[in-house]
Design a protein around this ligand. Structure first.
Ligand SMILES: [Zn+2]
Length: 265
């Protein structure tokens, strides 16, 4: 990839590194942008996103996030596996940060969990009574942030805030696709130029670095449809045992194969 400096003076919002020009793109079909590659953590960023108000106030129809339901069901399966392997207690208190329509909150409530949601713009059709823009008080055994971090201007501060609400032995489960400069270019679907909201695209190293800076310990990553997608963090004093991580990974592979078969039955 080119080593031309990025015209924006803004440093990497993950590690403070200098930005290089990665490639150009076009948001909403009419707004040219230049993606920045961090010289330090090799993440991909859109600095100075002056279009965010448009990105969040435009009503896109049809909704470009047509994968939301599949994704929620997938995350719910993953959480069941964590419980099965003892990474989560049988009964737990959870918070879905940036919960959107609150489908995951509803699935967990129906399972008997003490599930809550937080969203700056609540539109929680599935669980209105459990979601607000304010943070519910207390600590959580499980905090999920599903497709949230790639929207953030301050990912380290966001992660640190979540860490502060995580119970001592709790799990922070984040989903975001990872940027790999050897593979991804201007045609990467995850850039989502149609809505302009994906401004912080982590490399694997960038995500770990952000978590470390936020005082979290990286535990494991699980794939979805062949892509590294689910990333789990804990408090540093409560690292997951190696055998537990191995069992979760092996069980996840086997059970996702079964889930795929069911999808085509
Ligand atoms: Zn960086």
């Amino acid at each position: 990839m080119t080593a031309t400096p990025h015209p924006s003076p803004e440093p990497c919002r993950i590690c403070g590194g200098r930005l290089l020009t990665a490639f150009e793109g076009r948001l909403f079909g009419d707004t040219p942008v230049r993606y920045g590659l961090c010289e330090g953590c090799r993440s991909l960023l859109l600095p100075e996103p002056t279009w965010l108000e448009r990105a969040y106030t435009t009503a896109f129809s049809p909704d470009p996030d047509s994968g939301e339901l599949q994704r929620t069901l997938f995350v719910h399966r993953v959480l069941r596996r964590f419980r099965h392997h003892g990474l989560l207690p049988v009964r737990f208190r959870s918070l879905d940060f940036g919960c959107g329509k609150a489908a995951l909150v509803r699935l967990l409530l129906d399972q008997g969990q003490d599930a809550w949601g937080q969203d700056a713009y609540p539109r929680a059709a599935y669980a209105e009574e459990r979601v607000s823009a304010a943070w519910p008080a207390g600590l959580f055994d499980l905090i999920t942030a599903i497709e949230v971090l790639e929207h953030t201007l301050d990912p380290v501060a966001t992660l640190a805030d979540l860490r502060g609400r995580l119970a001592p032995a709790g799990l922070l489960v984040v989903t975001t696709e990872l940027f790999d400069e050897r593979v991804h270019g201007p045609d990467w679907v995850y850039l989502a130029p149609e809505h302009g909201q994906h401004i912080t695209l982590f490399s694997a190293a960038g995500l770990r670095r952000a978590a470390e800076q936020a005082g979290l310990a990286y535990a494991l990553t699980l794939p979805w449809a062949g892509k590294a997608f689910v990333h789990v963090f804990t408090h540093p004093g409560h690292a997951l045992p190696a055998w537990g991580r191995w069992r979760v990974r092996a069980g996840h592979r086997r059970r996702e194969r079964l889930a795929r078969k069911d999808a085509f039955a």
